[in-house]
Design a protein around this ligand. Structure first.
Ligand code: G
Ligand code: G
Ligand code: MN
Ligand code: NA
Length: 253
């Protein structure tokens, strides 16, 4: 069974679904956003994670169609929640290919227009690895997106191979600290130093920080002492399908 055939079918038959993981303020615990994470529920009822099909979708040229679907659905859902009294900013992961080859600006504009969502309620996550290879065209597209009024963040910050110099040139507002940095925090001096250094770098560049993969209360307490602004992770909440997310987070916010 060829997976790219399956993926094409998934798009045509509405087999893709978004799960949402909450993001909150460290100091207050107040919910402020949600990251949309795509899953594929096959006809056989198996749930396939993006780790198993995004790379294939990129190779098969399906990433543009999938990316458009994700953008459209995330914006539609965020607008629906806003009207229902659950206002939050939704974060969408972009594949580098969507920015480098597709018409990402038109796709984002269409998703905003069709949903009626305000651009300030959409955040787009790019990985730092993306900047390698297509620095110039990619950079121009990111500036276009920034001009639309959407927020941009660097995902998995600190794990890529690109130079920090790109931070000066990218129109990003947020660094998402990769969860691997928090693994041995608190307790491991080197780990603590790295998280503190990223936080301080971000502060001096006037960027926000979201700490990812927070699983334990001690990690949250460490972030609180550090003055880190936002966090995400299993301690706050796992990714949930839209309905379950709304049930869990309405009123709680
Ligand atoms: O949810 P999970 O841990 O399985 O996600 C694995 C990876 O898939 C993460 O790196 C995440 O950024 C990526 N991912 C999740 N949803 C999307 C999406 O809609 N588009 C792209 N390009 N990547 C996604
Ligand atoms: O690369 P990106 O940051 O987009 O990946 C997000 C992925 O991280 C999601 O697939 C999600 O399932 C996973 N994730 C979210 N919270 C936690 C956590 O607290 N611990 C671990 N190990 N993974 C997490
Ligand atoms: Mn992400
Ligand atoms: Na990440």
């Amino acid at each position: 069974f060829a997976m790219d055939v399956g993926l094409r079918r998934a798009l045509e038959h509405d087999e893709l679904v978004l799960h949402y993981q909450p993001q909150a303020e460290v100091a207050s615990g107040r919910l402020f956003g949600a990251e949309a994470l795509v899953r594929w529920t096959t006809r056989e009822g198996e749930v396939v994670g993006p780790g198993r099909f995004i790379a294939l979708a990129e190779e098969a040229g399906l990433i543009h169609a999938i990316g458009r679907w994700v953008l459209g659905e995330a914006c539609r859902q965020a607008r629906e929640w806003e009207l229902a009294g659950l206002p939050l900013r939704v974060a969408v992961n972009l594949s580098g290919l969507q920015v480098a080859q597709g018409d990402i600006v038109a796709d984002v504009r269409a998703a905003l227009h069709e949903s009626g969502l305000s651009p300030s309620r959409l955040e787009l996550e790019i990985t730092e690895g993306f900047m390698i290879g297509h620095a110039d065209e990619g950079l121009a597209r990111l500036h276009d997106l920034h001009r639309l009024g959407v927020a941009l963040s660097v995902d998995d910050f600190g794990t890529g191979y690109s130079s920090l110099a790109y931070l000066k040139r990218l129109p990003v507002q947020t660094l998402k600290v990769d969860r691997s940095f928090l693994d041995d925090v608190p307790g491991d001096p080197a780990g603590e130093t790295l998280v503190a250094a990223i936080h301080s770098l971000a502060e001096k560049l006037e960027l926000e920080v979201v700490a990812e993969g927070v699983e334990r209360p001690e990690q949250l307490a460490f972030l609180q002492r550090l003055g880190c602004r936002y966090y995400q992770g299993e301690l706050l909440g796992e990714p949930l399908a839209a309905e379950a997310f709304a049930r869990r987070w309405t009123r709680a916010s």
